[in-house]
Design a protein around this ligand. Structure first.
Ligand code: SF4
Length: 401
């Protein structure tokens, strides 16, 4: 049996490389056309080529989203685009349109077609039909419970991919026109303005029900499914998907690394204790700035899965910089500063091949060798003495709670 795939999002090349370095088996990215979140994508063909070459070095795969709900004008250049993706070695395209699937099978048959979650797949009969269309993998709707996922996976002749982490829609995923109506930005063609997350004055007739201080919001809490990973593995799910192509490089590193370690531990130990699950839960809080829930996995979510008035979760750590290099003789890390921190702050290093290591930053110098007490210039370089070796691509965060 193949080991379950950890599939991470990336909005640009930097995040794609980070996701792979920090343990993703595959990364999904969007091109500048035909993709949801296309406004945020930095992947032109050259960038996709570079992502594929980098992924190949790590035996990882690149999946490209081609998942808009197309209008007539959304076919111009599509065939050429799919052929190019095939030629440059992309593994799979994620598609939400039957016509796009048919076209892809005709012009780029080596590309795997993964049926996008935009198709809201919730049952085995639909999957049989999609397989007849030529689909190679089905990404389930986020609205599936764990019991449904087990049943669907047992009956499916093709691999099943399930969401484990990231944003949820307060409407049925992909069947929402809030953004279209309120901003003229089409949620199903890459333009969702996340209108559900805005703050609203809530009225019943003329009486304002919302608090002046804390306005009303309709946002769902984010999904965080660490407690269900063992069930997913046991159910033979092929791929675990993290959502969030708009998320930061630090967030991607933290979330991917945490799931990588959790998955590997379950395979190694054959089980996972409550204590270890709590540990992993705590790791997510080092980057997760929104409250989380288990979505539909445990059944229909109740009011506790929604954010009616608060958004923040009280993140416990703050990203402060990238380690660019390490000098073993002086035991100093060369750090590119990204956020404010002070001499004698407690910092934590983590990275592709280093587990969390804490230390007190009691010795920081600048490029002229002068002692630094306040690091408050983003992109400046400082040299920090660390009581253990670190490496390029490790990251540093400040303990704030
Ligand atoms: S507005 Fe909110 S609920 Fe609607 S598609 Fe966007 S994120 Fe989902």
């Amino acid at each position: 049996m193949n080991k379950i795939e950890l599939l991470a999002p990336a909005g640009d090349l930097q995040r794609c490389k980070t996701a792979i370095r920090y343990g993703a088996d595959a990364v999904f990215i969007g091109g500048k056309k035909f993709s949801l979140r296309s406004r945020a994508s930095n992947f032109d063909i050259d960038a996709i080529k570079e992502a594929v070459a980098f992924a190949n070095e790590y035996q990882a795969a690149i999946h490209v989203t081609v998942n808009i709900i197309p209008h007539n004008e959304d076919f111009d250049g599509l065939k050429e685009y799919l052929k190019t993706l095939e030629e440059i070695g992309v593994t799979a395209v994620i598609i939400a349109s039957p016509t796009y699937i048919k076209l892809c099978k005709e012009v780029a048959p080596k590309l795997e077609v993964h049926l996008s979650t935009q198709m809201n797949t919730l049952n085995s009969a639909a999957i049989e039909e999609y397989i007849a269309w030529g689909v190679d993998r089905i990404v389930l709707a986020r609205e599936c419970s764990m019991e449904m996922i087990k049943d669907i996976t047992a009956k499916s002749k093709k691999p099943i991919e399930a969401f484990i982490h990231g944003g949820m829609c307060s409407n049925f995923s992909g069947r929402c026109t809030l953004s279209n109506v309120m901003t003229l930005r089409d949620a199903n063609r890459g333009g969702c303005a996340q209108s559900c997350r805005w703050k609203y004055h809530l009225y019943q007739e003329d009486v304002e029900l919302s608090d002046e201080e804390v306005l009303f919001s309709m946002s769902s809490k984010d999904l965080q499914a660490s407690y269900f990973i063992k069930d997913m593995i046991d159910a033979n799910v092929a791929s675990l998907k993290i959502e969030g192509r708009m998320k930061s490089n630090y967030y991607i590193a933290t979330v991917v690394k945490t799931y990588r370690k959790l998955i590997d531990e379950i395979y190694r130990e054959k089980d996972i204790s409550q204590e270890r699950l709590d540990y992993y839960q705590n790791e997510f809080s080092k980057a997760e700035n929104r409250l989380t829930c288990t979505g539909f996995l445990g059944g229909i979510p109740d009011e506790h899965a929604h954010l009616y008035d608060v958004n923040g979760s009280g993140v416990t750590h703050e990203f402060i910089g990238y380690i660019l290099d390490y000098d073993a003789d002086s035991q100093r890390a060369k750090v590119e500063v990204r956020n404010y921190f002070l001499l004698n702050d407690t910092l934590e290093v983590f990275g592709p091949s280093i587990d969390n290591q804490r230390f007190v930053a009691s010795d920081i110098i600048d490029e002229e060798g002068q002692i630094v007490e306040v690091c408050n210039r983003p992109m400046s370089i400082v040299y920090i003495n660390t009581p253990f070796p670190v490496a390029q691509h490790d990251m540093i965060r400040r303990v704030i709670k």
